[in-house]
Design a protein around this ligand. Structure first.
Ligand code: NDP
Ligand code: HSE
Length: 445
């Protein structure tokens, strides 16, 4: 029987999960795939560290290159993280013609195009199912399941750490910092958790999904990113009173007739909007009920209509499941000698453009901290009216202690640029005491 020998680099949260579930389900996978799977070598940084699932010392080495270069190893799994050493590891394996599996969304987001091209040049493949939305097989869905669709909208709760924090802030009144520490203990957060809470990890993921769906590589710098640090319990409470839940939402929209595309010489430009921001989601929408570490990706295709994919978005077990699905694909490709049965990414769109954030038209939630004085609301609304921005509702709670009071405004749709300009003027009003806080409101139309 065909045997695939796997070399893994990284035995931390995800790596130890892969080891454990391959132990548990390896025989099942072997009977499904009709081949034998073996994991004889695992490279780590420290042999003495305690791990979420125990890995026998006899399998471990601190010399990753000896794993990649071992002629008996057919397939490499990279579970180290980061974009420097991990890139060297992946490049070394691809140059030897060895297929690579990675869960590293930062790496794919930053260097995906280059690595996919390298894989092609060396007649092998790069698999990255675990890089987006943990256990949800969303890469396969977009690459294969929706091949016959034009994707018009994607909405994703794609960072488990942020969703865990926002859920506990809403349901338990928890504070941000200790809840982030809990997420770290549970193995959800990145080694550098600012990647999670400042929205960059979600941006890496939503950029990968946007690239796959629209056929041109969306670079991290082209994505408008805001994280969850500005979200307070006050915002969560007021959003709820207005019928909304705050989620860190990645949004990809196909925009017909965008201004910058019209201005450009090329008439047939495909324009998309890609962003990650704290967003008010109506409580009646299914995404408002995606809680804790769970992720969900909502995809609207012109043929299929609305679809939703839900599952655990982080942690050792769910992520291991996604890595093992790539192991199955890679093992079958090796068994049958298929170099690129399904290309990791196909650049089918030559005229794609990511719209500048200023053109993003949306509804907005605005929280101001103002002096509790007659005429304050009139001053704020005069600035908004002069910017042609309509207010749809206002809350100014009674019975607040101190001189200032929160003023919450919900806006009708407005371009981001107009909102930003108006906010600069509003923040200069003497009655406005702290920097305004603005979040997007999404109605999924
Ligand atoms: P960990 O920090 O838990 O694991 C990293 C592993 O890399 C450790 O085992 C570490 O060794 C090893 N390592 C570091 N440097 C070297 C080196 N020079 N040589 C060999 N091994 C080395 O990270 P995670 O498991 O959480 O994440 C791994 C990847 O998976 C990242 O790209 C992350 O973004 C991604 N990911 C993580 C998810 C999660 O829920 N945690 C979910 C989806 C993707 P040692 O153990 O000895 O320190
Ligand atoms: N830190 C990431 C998250 C891990 O919290 O979603 C999964 O990619």
């Amino acid at each position: 029987m065909h045997q695939i020998n796997i070399g893994m680099i990284g035995g931390g949260t995800v790596g130890s999960g892969v080891f454990h579930h391959l132990q548990n389900n390896g025989a099942l996978m072997e009977s499904r795939l009709g081949l034998k799977l073996s994991l004889p070598k695992i490279a780590v940084k420290s042999l003495d560290k305690s791990r979420a699932y125990n890995i026998p010392k006899s399998l471990m080495t601190t010399d990753w290159a000896s794993v990649v270069n071992d002629p008996n190893i057919h397939l490499i799994i990279e579970l180290v993280g980061g974009t420097t050493l991990a890139k060297t590891m992946v490049v070394s394996a691809l140059k030897l013609g060895k297929p690579v599996i990675t869960a590293n969304k930062a790496l794919i987001s930053a260097h995906g195009e280059e690595l996919f091209a390298l894989a092609q040049r060396y007649g092998t493949n790069l698999y990255y199912e675990a890089s987006v939305a943990g256990g949800i097989p969303i890469i396969k869905v977009l690459r294969e399941g929706f091949a016959g669709n034009r994707i018009t909208h994607m909405y994703g709760i794609v960072n488990g750490t942020c969703n865990y924090i926002l859920t506990r802030m809403k349901h338990e009144g928890s504070d941000f910092q200790p809840t982030l520490q809990d997420a770290q203990k549970l193995g959800y957060a990145e080694a550098d958790p600012t990647l999670d809470v400042d929205g960059f990890d979600a941006a890496h993921k939503i950029g990968i999904l946007a690239s796959l769906a629209h056929g041109f590589w969306v670079k991290p710098g082209q994505i408008h990113v805001e994280g969850i640090r500005p979200v307070t319990k006050t915002d969560i409470e007021f959003a709820n009173k207005l019928g909304y839940t705050i989620k860190l939402l990645g949004i990809v929209k196909l925009i017909e007739g965008a201004t910058s595309a019209r201005k450009s010489k090329s008439v047939n430009r495909k324009s998309i909007q890609v962003s990650v921001c704290p967003t008010l989601v109506p409580n009646t929408h299914v995404l408002a009920s995606v809680n804790q570490v769970f992720n969900a990706v909502f995809v609207r295709g012109d043929a299929v209509g609305d679809t939703l994919f839900y599952g655990r978005g982080a942690g050792k077990d769910a992520t291991a499941s996604a890595v093992l699905s790539d192991v199955a694909d890679a093992a079958l490709d090796l068994k049958y000698g298929l170099k690129q049965r399904v290309a990791p990414f196909v650049a089918f769109e030559k005229n794609g453009v990511v719209l500048p954030v200023d053109e993003m038209v949306s509804r907005y939630y605005l929280r101001l901290s103002v002096m509790d004085r007659p005429g304050t609301l009139a001053k704020v609304s005069a600035i908004l009216a002069a910017s042609k921005i309509g207010i749809s509702s206002v809350i100014q709670p009674e019975g607040h202690e101190g001189d200032t009071v929160p003023l919450i405004l919900m806006m009708h749709t407005a371009p981001y640029a107009a909102m930003k300009k108006a906010l600069v003027k509003i923040s200069k009003l003497p009655v406005v005491k702290t920097a305004p806080v603005m979040f997007r409101v999404e109605n999924f139309e």
